[in-house]
Write a protein that binds this ligand. Sequence first.
Ligand code: NI
Length: 164
Amino acid sequence: MAIRQVVKIGDDVLRKTSRPVDVLNRRILTLLDDMAETMYAKDGVGLAAPQVGVLRRAICVDVGDENGLFQLVNPEIIKAEGEQEGMEGCLSIPNRHGIVKRPARVTVRATTRAGKPVEIEAEGLLAVAFCHEIDHLDGTMYIDKQEREVTDEELAEMQKENKE
Ligand code: NI
């Protein structure tokens, strides 16, 4: 496995539509593993293949809950309900955060790294992470959907509250 370079905002690759994965060959499996390693190395909760410069429909998500790591190809949201609003950041948009509205609950249909078709029901932060990463596969970033930018002062305040 290897840590890959994360593409930053301004690079065209982040605005393109990714192609479906038709075969889980060694190249795709290595991609999924490198993406997980890169995500953990950068303290992210998710990463999409275009963020490492690969236009394939592959994502990794780990929000630090009991579900652990998801490594998925061809993920799609087949059901979305309710609404939640929260702060998001993105490894491709360093040092910025925004408030974004997302569905409260989603059902994601995908294929796992092992080639198994799955339907995953997610809520809270996990639902946000899936929405955020799947958006990347169609060239959409959270800044396109954000209600507003979070200021540095607000961020410092939130981090202080989390520590207390
Ligand atoms: Ni992102």
